[in-house]
Design a binder for this molecule. Structure first.
Ligand code: SF4
Length: 472
């Protein structure tokens, strides 16, 4: 819609920006180019064979269509949603006529699940997570060797104040585009998280993801310690292990040491809550590991008993020998024990942040693919239609709707955008056989051959992520 002053009203989202000639709208995605509403960035097409179809701006040379995959990145959005998707593209894959419906979905129902590989306590579960002082999510259930955040979601995008919504949208956008974001946890740590990078917790870059919980560490390494130590205690915020009492030590016939640690005994050699969570040994607040020893039974322990205390990453380790009063005294660590501690470290994987985008595409977006949306949903759920995000495979949640997750690292760079409603803009592609598309009431008259789309659109050729694959 163009006004007399050359101003265009963008109708690609509910914001309805009025854009002057030569300017862009609020999201910078659309602009007024010579009186035309224009998606400013080139459509991203993945090149599977860069030798044949080189990466970079397309120079107009004929493309071998079988060597490329169209994505929805920078494809544009249609609004209201009942208009057909910006590109409905026919191609032939392995001799079968296929169609790919691509659109940049505007998602108010979306968020990120962030996995932070660390033992360190970042804050209590359910604690608010903030960006720029605004709550953008919360700490959620910890996983094995990782702390987890749940960020975004409709409540933070729409249910709080305007600042909360905008801060949430900005944090989601930066993280989804694989940028770094500074966060704080109420009652916990300050964090810098970025997909594919080590987390920085309270200013310290995390290096190692723990080898396992304290009990698992004993289960893995017990035979390697036997003969070199009389007792090994693996300090862990969740399950601290005591070797000679643990099934592993008993199986090896080790003599009970009589050393009892604090906390709640779960099963033999496995103790919960030996200390409070923190940034010390094994994700506890312990700075001196001897603090977790509750008592040493004189009927079982003996002078000269050799004790290793170690964390689940091997970053913290202490070697002690009991004196005549059965008090642990620090002693130089023997080479065999130093090697055993190094082996724990060697088995730790590099600590990384992983960012998964999660959204619901089971709403009005479907109307851009078919006038009878439930058929698309059933086709997706029945695996007749393949869903990808920027060419990357997604995980589809079972149950109703089209709720999916995708690792942002599997998408090309800067695949996500945002609009100030606020909501995230994410690429989504539906690929299915052409005959099935017709059967579900697709917009058959809008199907264009891939070669024609490529000839008519501004195209950027990108490489698929090593861990992503195109819909073909
Ligand atoms: S925010 Fe972007 S998509 Fe929405 S109306 Fe403005 S320019 Fe168009």
């Amino acid at each position: 819609m163009t006004g007399p002053d050359g101003v265009i009203t963008c109708d690609a989202c509910p914001v309805l920006c009025r854009i002057r000639p030569g300017k862009t709208g609020a999201c910078d995605r659309y602009g007024n180019t010579d009186g035309c509403l224009t998606r400013m960035d080139p459509l991203v097409v993945l090149s599977h064979d860069p030798a044949r179809v080189p990466i970079g701006p397309w120079d107009g040379n004929p493309l071998a269509a079988q060597d490329v995959t169209i994505t929805a990145i920078c494809a544009g959005t249609t609004y209201p949603d009942y208009k057909p998707a910006p590109f409905i593209v026919g191609s032939t894959i392995d001799g079968i006529d296929m169609v790919t419906v691509v659109t940049e979905g505007v998602f108010s129902y979306c968020g990120l699940k962030v996995k932070i590989d660390t033992d360190r306590h970042i804050g209590p579960e359910c604690a608010p997570v903030r960006a720029g002082g605004e709550q953008v999510g919360h700490v959620t259930t910890a996983e094995y060797g990782s702390q987890m955040l749940s960020l975004g979601g409709v409540r933070h995008l729409t249910g709080g104040g305007k600042r909360e919504g905008m801060a949430t949208c900005a944090a989601l956008l930066a993280l989804a585009n694989q940028g770094a974001v500074d966060l704080t946890v109420d009652g916990g740590a300050s964090l810098r998280v970025q997909s594919g990078q080590p987390p920085i917790i309270d200013g310290v870059e995390e290096a190692r993801m723990r080898v396992g919980c304290g009990s698992a560490t004993i289960g893995i390494f017990a035979p390697q310690w036997q003969g070199h130590a009389d007792e090994v205690i693996v300090v862990d915020d969740h399950i601290t292990g005591v070797l000679t009492e643990h099934q592993a030590g008993r199986f090896l016939g080790m003599r009970p040491s009589g050393i009892r640690v604090r906390g709640r005994r779960s099963t033999p050699g496995r103790y919960f809550q030996v200390a409070n969570p923190g940034a010390g040994w094994g994700g506890t607040d312990v700075r001196d590991p001897l603090d977790i020893i509750e008592r040493i039974d004189p009927r079982a322990a003996w002078p000269g008993l050799r004790l290793l205390m170690v964390s689940t990453t091997g970053e913290h380790a202490g070697w002690y020998v009991l004196d005549d009063a059965l008090a642990p005294q620090p002693a130089p660590m023997p080479p065999a024990i130093a090697d055993a501690v190094a082996r724990i470290g060697e088995n730790c994987e590099p600590a990384l942040c992983t960012v998964l985008f999660m959204a619901g595409a089971g709403g009005s977006l479907r109307a851009g693919a078919t006038g009878n949306p439930v058929l698309l949903t059933r086709s997706v759920q029945g695996r007749l239609t393949r869903v990808t995000a920027g060419g990357a495979p997604v995980y589809l949640w079972p149950g109703g709707g089209i709720t999916y997750m995708v690792d942002v690292a599997t998408l090309p760079a800067n695949a996500f955008g945002a609009v100030p409603t606020p909501a995230l803009v994410a690429p989504i592609e539906f690929t299915l056989p052409l005959a099935d598309y017709a059967a579900l009431g697709g917009y058959m008259d809008r199907v264009r051959r891939l070669e024609d789309v490529l000839a008519g659109a501004k195209v950027l050729l990108a490489a698929p992520s090593p861990s992503g694959r195109g819909p073909g």
